[in-house]
Design a protein around this ligand. Structure first.
Ligand code: ISE
Length: 336
């Protein structure tokens, strides 16, 4: 059985997903690449041997030769497209963020709850990363005792655009951490405080340090730095009562040469998380083909929580005060 997939959005992530479906996933067939730019859709479709291209996402979702949809279009288009796919009971893998605000995410939750089954997976691929999985395993196996603190660093070489602000770093970059924290600690976030260096850096996007408290009582830090300059670098440490576990180094190769040892940094997140994306997409197709939930995957509730935490982070940065994360009631469809 082959699931016929349409990828909506032929930007960086759409192109990556298209390639993964074309090359790496038995049980899936890349049917359509859709983008408002026909040339972009054509370029990706040709390089991935997709059967067809399109420029109208709504029409693609309706097509009878499309079974499942990957949404990698601009953030502000996500929820409308997700809701359209859900109304036709078509499974969706939606890139993060699920919505640009929590109200949008709640609309998706309402739509899915009405259908009564989970058809949406949110693209928090770090859940499939071997290092994050090992971190979670160190905790659940009891090796580090009880978790008390988690430290996260998320550094990009530079902001994607000159207007990209610190607020946008909280809503666009940090949700990966928000999701990983909830996933690993298995608790919700209670409050967020936000801090920035006072000195001028010449960038719109000065680093932000967020301090989060959890329902279970842990203290968590998140540094989001979109002017790191030296390379893409994600670090993390989970500190327990009996030990600590850290994400390993970003590269597996160390070069020893000229009286020096060095490792290379990638320019963006794709090499670091290439395998996680692959595993995520594979799990999504496997779940569709076997009509079961993908283990580890983020659902609509997780997408909503990440956006709600980001909102609290933005208001904490604006006000300078700790901000509570007030979540809606979790529908039974999403477990306890
Ligand atoms: C980007 O949108 C991503 O999703 C990447 O995974 C993340 O590392 C980067 O900071 C974001 O801007």
């Amino acid at each position: 059985m082959s699931t016929r997939v349409a990828v909506i959005g032929a930007g960086i992530m759409g192109a990556d997903h298209a390639r993964i479906f074309a090359e790496d996933i038995p049980g899936a067939r890349l049917e359509v690449v859709c983008d408002v730019s026909q040339a972009a859709a054509r370029r990706i479709a040709d390089s991935c041997s997709a059967r067809d291209i399109a420029t109208d996402a709504h029409a693609v979702i309706q097509r009878s030769d499309v079974d499942a949809i990957v949404i990698a279009s601009p953030d502000n288009t996500h929820t409308a497209l997700v809701k359209e796919a859900l109304s036709l009971r078509k499974p969706v893998l939606c890139e993060k963020p699920l919505g640009v605000n929590s109200a949008e995410c709640l609309e998706v939750i309402a739509a899915e709850t009405e259908i009564g089954m989970q058809l949406l997976q949110v693209g928090f691929m770090r859940r499939f990363d071997h290092a994050y999985l090992a971190m979670k395993n160190a905790l659940t196996s009891g090796q580090i005792g009880q978790s008390i603190m988690m430290h996260n660093q998320h550094r990009n070489v530079e902001a994607p655009t000159p207007e990209f602000s610190a607020m946008m770093a909280i809503t666009n970059s940090a949700p990966h951490e928000f999701d990983a924290i909830r996933y690993i600690l298995d608790t919700e976030i209670s409050s967020v405080s936000a801090f920035q260096p006072a000195l001028a850096t010449g960038s719109e996007c000065k680093p932000v340090v967020l301090v989060l408290t959890t329902h279970a009582g842990q203290l968590v830090t998140v540094e989001v730095n979109n002017m790191a300059a030296y390379g893409y670098d994600v670090r993390g440490e989970l500190v327990g009562t009996q030990g600590s576990v850290s994400l390993g180094h970003h590269e597996s190769v160390r070069l020893d040469s000229g009286l020096n040892a060095s490792t290379a940094y990638a320019a963006d997140w794709r090499p670091r998380f290439a395998d996680a994306y692959r595993q995520q997409d594979k799990a999504w197709i496997n779940a569709i083909n076997h009509a079961e939930a993908a283990p580890f995957a983020a659902n609509a509730w997780d997408g909503y929580c990440a956006t709600a935490i980001a909102e609290a982070g933005v208001s904490a940065l604006r006000s300078g005060a700790p901000t509570a994360v007030n979540l809606a009631d979790r529908p039974a469809l999403y477990g306890r």
